[in-house]
Structures are given as structure tokens and as C-alpha cells.
Write a protein that binds this ligand. Structure first.
Ligand SMILES: Nc1ncnc2c1ncn2[C@@H]1O[C@H](COP(=O)(O)OP(=O)(O)O)[C@@H](O)[C@H]1O
Ligand SMILES: [Mg+2]
Length: 170
């Protein structure tokens, strides 16, 4: 594996001729994470899929909140842990906010495929728990708690649309 470090703060890892690009971003406050989410929202497109991965309290729901507020959704965004999926239709685009942490049994029962056919943006918390269900093309954001208000984010675009998105936003 050849690992090249670029000063634009992203990595190229060349593994078996597959180029994986990843961006490193540090947010120093909840507000920083919200601004990052708003920046992604400003480049939104239909059927966008954002997969959020990271331990409890790492900022996944804060990111979803920032994205939702930028969409103009006024309802309070809370983690949809107990009902798995919450739909918000009052914004510029529909938002399907999922938290699959408590999804038990057959993960295909989530019906993600149906949501992928609907118009809107999908944000999935704990997306690593449904790896097999995720579409090939997606944005992956991995959160790490590195301080009381510090979060280290690794952002990985999967597919050219998401690579362009990261180029524009980051
Ligand atoms: N840089 C940061 N980014 C996001 N949240 C932060 C940050 N610093 C502190 N926090 C706090 O961490 C918590 C993150 O909670 P939440 O987004 O619900 O986590 P998760 O959904 O990953 O379990 C919030 O209480 C938020 O105020
Ligand atoms: Mg959450």
C-alpha cells in the first residue's frame, strides 16, 4: 500500500489500484460541526446519501441537525433511535434521518432501497451497522471524540459524485 499525504489535508491510499480518498477535518465546537453540515447542504443533490459513523456523543446527530436547519426544516431534530427513521418534508428537500443503532435482526427489513428511490437526502447514523445495505455511491463521515469539544472527522467520498462534492465543500 502506498500512502501519500497531501497538504490539502486529504489522503490517497492506493490499494490494489483502487484509489481511496479521505479528508481529515477537525471541528473544535458543536458550531463547527453544524457549519460543516451546512456547507455540505449547500451542495446537496437528490438521492444524496450521507453515512455517519462514530461512538455515542461524537456528533452524528449534531451534523444531521445542521444539515436539516440549512434545508429550512424547523422541527427539532432528535435522534430517531427508537423509531429508526424520521421523515422531514417541510424543507427545500425531503430529509430521511435514520439511526440504525437499535435495528435488530435482518437489516434488509429497514427498506433502505425504498428510500433510495424517493426524492430527498438520506442521513444514516451508525451506518457501519448496515454495511451490506449501503449503496455503493455515498458520503461516509467517521467521527472521533478527541477532546471535550474536539471531534476528528474522516470524510470519505465513495463515487465520483461524492468526490466532486468533497472537492467543492472541503
Ligand atoms: N465539535 C463538536 N461537534 C459536535 N458535537 C460536539 C462537539 N463538541 C462537543 N459536542 C457535543 O457532543 C454531543 C454530540 O451529541 P450527538 O450529536 O447527539 O452525538 P451522536 O449522535 O454521535 O451520539 C453534543 O452534546 C454536542 O454539544
Ligand atoms: Mg445520534
Amino acid at each position: 500500500m502506498i500512502l501519500l499525504y497531501c497538504n490539502k489535508s486529504f489522503f490517497f491510499a492506493i490499494m490494489n489500484m483502487v484509489i481511496i480518498m479521505e479528508y481529515k477535518v477537525v471541528t473544535n465546537s458543536e458550531e463547527d460541526t453544524i457549519i460543516l453540515a451546512q456547507n455540505f447542504e449547500s451542495e446537496k443533490f437528490n438521492n444524496m446519501v450521507i453515512c455517519l459513523i462514530g461512538e455515542l456523543g461524537s456528533g452524528k446527530t449534531i451534523f444531521a441537525k445542521g444539515f436539516a436547519s440549512a434545508l429550512g426544516i424547523e422541527e427539532n431534530i432528535t435522534s430517531p433511535t427508537f423509531n429508526i427513521i424520521k421523515e422531514y418534508t417541510s424543507g427545500e428537500m425531503n430529509l430521511y434521518h435514520m439511526d440504525v443503532y437499535r435495528l435488530e435482526g435482518d437489516t434488509s427489513e429497514l427498506g433502505l432501497e425504498e428510500y433510495l428511490k424517493k426524492d430527498g437526502v438520506i442521513i444514516i447514523e451508525w451506518a457501519d451497522m448496515i454495511k451490506d445495505e449501503l449503496p455503493e455511491e455515498r458520503l461516509e463521515i467517521r467521527f472521533k471524540i478527541t477532546g471535550e469539544e474536539k471531534r476528528s472527522l474522516t470524510i470519505i467520498p465513495h463515487g465520483s459524485k461524492y468526490e466532486d462534492l468533497c472537492e467543492d465543500v472541503l
